[in-house]
Design a protein around this ligand. Structure first.
Ligand code: ZN
Length: 159
């Protein structure tokens, strides 16, 4: 009998109701989330999702706490998309995924855990990554720790 290690699910379930914005906290520190921030631009930044759908799941957000796309400045909107392209290339080099899902969730009904601060999800996909585990048990088996992933992506960011 093999055991599956998925501690982030318990933390997600128990901490989800905690008040405050994890994106602002991660950007400003000294929150523990600060070490998940892997790239900071002029108006936007990128961090690892602490509760990933898949290995390499990144979030890109404006630095300002804004919840709607029409609240972004021209610079923020442009940098958000440009950073998405840059991070997609970093993920391609680092993890060699077969494809990507990218998108925004608006409103809790859509699955947005943090409605007040918009963020673009970048989720690398591999053929066969949708197996029975997430379907049956809401459990994902991650092949790489967040610390190892951060170090790996940072190496490719510098190239
Ligand atoms: Zn925020």
């Amino acid at each position: 009998m093999k055991s599956l290690w998925a501690p982030w699910r318990l933390e997600f379930v128990t901490k989800q109701k905690r008040r405050g914005c994890f994106l602002c906290a991660a950007l400003k520190g000294p929150d523990e989330g600060k070490r998940l921030v892997i790239h900071v631009g002029q108006t936007c930044f990128c961090m690892l999702n602490k509760f990933p759908y898949n290995n390499g799941h990144l979030l890109i957000a404006p630095k300002r706490h804004k919840g709607r796309l029409d609240q972004l400045t021209e610079e923020e909107g442009l940098e958000l998309l440009r950073m998405a392209g840059k991070m997609q290339n970093v993920l391609k080099k680092a993890l060699k995924p077969h494809g990507f899902n990218m998108g925004f969730n608006f409103g809790q009904v859509s699955g947005a855990g943090l409605p007040g601060h918009l963020h673009l999800h970048i989720v690398p996909r591999w053929r066969g990554d949708t197996n029975f585990m997430p379907v049956l048990a809401d459990v994902k088996v991650m092949p790489q720790s967040l610390d190892a992933l951060r170090d790996c992506l940072k190496i490719h960011l510098k190239k």
